[in-house]
Write a protein that binds this ligand. Structure first.
Ligand code: ATP
Ligand code: MG
Length: 576
């Protein structure tokens, strides 16, 4: 492509509503434009880069026997009623009506669509296993669209679904997908980690997230050198050993704490520490109140609590309910003598507090020297807090957990029979018996990959694409395109690279060379060939890799430059 003919509207400054580095650079380099909050247009270099990502993913999906399909983006409400998700998906689902008032949604994911397709045509175990995948736009009315295409309301996903006769076969296939995802991460040049994650609204028993490591990532990952990794929300805490304390248990003592309710303030008031506190939170789980106890310096991890209780709805109790249950205003709840008998669940860390401070269930009063199993009993003791610095890895139980931030590029789930049961997708086994199909599902945020790559690879001059994704692999910069000799050499190199199917951008614009360099750097083109009088008079060009600084520029003979660039591309692809 000649730059003068290309639609690459680069900008000096990013618009103020682009709120992270990748969004700014994608707009500045002319890859995307924002249409409305969470909706983006892909311009030619944006689409080219996206297609490079798609091709990598497609190759790896085909390699594990996937077959590509395309499902409608507009899905009938009826399908979503079958699985019950029409009612639980909430506001993230874009809903609309046709002229006959029939309701539809814009697909946020396609479990319903694909299960419907398969149940109609798969009848026998002979047709299994089967893996179907697609590339397509997904729509989610995200609460906070942000970071450009990273968290958009319309985005491209690769979604894949596999169908099996039993769990064993699905487990085997899940491993293959896991490996394919690792290959995709490597080919995109990612530094990444795979973590165990909770399955959220999609459901299913188990899942892994593939995280691109970046300081700016929305997710926090807890990991250990032993190989353990989990979303820090989900990472398990180790149950501390019950070590006999040297501290004597003292007698319970009620103290006046007038209008002092928060752990911090009471600790100060009593010259104690937050670690000596048992914080008592009143929750409502599926309509029933319960008390949740954590150490004063910890917080309740609601997703762990919900998993433990197995409830559908969980929320903090209102002040009125708290008063009814404890007999005191908010801020003075404690596990000793509730007004109403309620279930008590306690976090592991509560077990080891000797002579704790707790609320007295009386206005403006706390109790000192409270001890578990002497003064109160917990119905359940479990892991109910989020891991933090200093926590030991729950897998090896030796090393301290480490923390990194990451961007979720992909998520794989073992779905089991969740969808086949609710949608009645069955097959006949070799005994002629009906069974539910066992499923897995596997997503990748294809547009998000563009942003994630940039978050991991940029400098003050712009994007630094890995060769595999770059929209153009090479830019040819003639210092002065009006100079006949320079023009001739530049066009000759351009033709040869094109002949070898290498994406190349020839900057034929009537601009200062500094501007041409700036744009090539901003766009992140991996290799640059500069042709100017200074070196051309000795039959030379100047070659520079985007990731290297100026001092590493090399002088290469005109007749060798094409082969040289090709070898550099090959070398980079091998290492990425
Ligand atoms: P997140 O926790 O980031 O909201 P999710 O768990 O909702 O992600 P999945 O339903 O697993 O995401 O979707 C599969 C993939 O689609 C994700 O791994 C992510 O890469 C991508 N993705 C999800 N939501 C968005 C979005 N709003 N914009 C861009 N990509 C997205
Ligand atoms: Mg989400």
């Amino acid at each position: 492509m000649y730059f003068s003919k290309a639609f690459i509207p680069t900008l000096k400054e990013a618009p103020s509503d682009m709120d992270n580095v990748s969004a700014k650079l994608m707009v500045r380099s002319g890859m995307i434009r924002k249409l409305a909050s969470g909706f983006f247009e892909l311009l030619p270099t944006g689409l080219k880069t996206l297609e490079n990502v798609i091709e990598i993913i497609r190759e790896e999906m085909n390699e594990i026997d996937g077959q590509e399909v395309r499902l409608p983006l507009l899905l009938p409400k009826d399908l979503w009623l079958e699985t019950g998700r029409w009612n639980v998906y909430g506001k993230e689902l874009f809903r609309l009506k046709d002229r006959k008032d029939t309701e539809f949604c814009l697909a946020p994911t396609h479990e319903e669509g694909i299960t419907n397709m398969v149940r109609n045509d798969v009848k026998s175990y002979r047709q299994l296993p089967l893996m179907l995948y697609q590339f397509g736009m997904k729509f989610r009315d995200e609460m906070r669209p942000r970071f450009g295409v990273m968290r958009a309301r319309e985005f491209m996903m690769k979604d894949a679904y596999s169908f099996h006769v039993d769990e064993t076969d699905m487990e085997k296939y899940y491993k293959r997908v896991y490996e394919a995802y690792e290959k995709i991460c490597k080919r995109c040049g990612f530094k990444y980690r795979v973590v165990e994650a909770s399955s959220g609204a999609i459901g299913g028993s188990f899942s892994h997230e593939f995280m691109v490591l970046a300081e700016t990532g929305e997710e926090e990952i807890a990991w250990c050198n032993c190989g353990y990794g989990a979303n820090s929300e989900k990472a398990e805490c180790v149950r501390p050993e019950k070590t006999p304390s040297s501290e004597q248990m003292l007698n319970i003592e009620e103290v006046l704490t007038p209008n002092i309710g928060s752990v911090e303030d009471v600790a100060k008031f009593l010259s104690s520490t937050k670690e000596k506190f048992v914080k008592t939170m009143i929750y409502i789980a599926d309509g029933h109140p319960l008390a949740v106890l954590v150490r004063g310096d910890h917080d309740v991890n609601e997703s762990k609590l919900q998993t433990l209780l197995g409830c559908n709805e969980l929320e903090l109790a209102t002040p009125a309910v708290i008063e009814e249950v404890t007999g005191a205003k908010v801020g003075f709840a404690g596990p000793v003598n509730f007004k109403k008998q309620i279930k008590i669940v306690a976090d592991y860390a509560v077990e080891n507090i000797v002579n704790a401070v707790v609320g007295a269930n009386k206005d403006d009063k706390h109790i000192k020297n409270v001890n578990i199993n002497r003064d109160f009993k917990a119905d359940v003791i479990a892991d109910l807090r989020t891991v933090g610095k200093g926590d030991i890895c729950s897998r090896c139980k030796k090393e301290k957990l480490q923390f990194s931030r990451g961007i979720e590029m992909g998520h794989i789930f073992k779905l089991g029979t969740k969808y086949s049961k609710s949608m009645n997708a069955t097959y006949l086994d070799d005994q002629g018996k009906d069974n539910f199909i066992v499923m897995g599902c596997y997503g990748i945020g294809v547009t998000r990959i563009l942003a994630a790559t940039i978050e991991q690879s940029y400098d003050e001059n712009g994007i630094i694409w890995p060769v595999s994704l770059a929209p153009y692999k090479v830019s040819i910069v003639p210092v002065d395109f009006k100079n006949e000799e320079i023009k001739k050499v530049a066009e000759e190199i351009y033709k040869q690279l094109k002949k070898d199917k290498i994406e190349v951008l020839l900057d034929d614009r009537d601009e200062r060379v500094g501007i041409k360099f700036k744009d090539a750097d901003l766009m992140g083109i991996p290799f640059r060939i500069t042709i100017g009088e200074k070196h051309l008079k000795d039959g030379n060009t100047e070659f520079k890799a985007r990731k290297d600084d100026k001092s590493k520029a090399e002088i290469i003979k005109v007749e060798q430059i094409v082969e040289y660039v090709k070898s550099k591309i090959q070398e980079s692809l091998k290492h990425e």
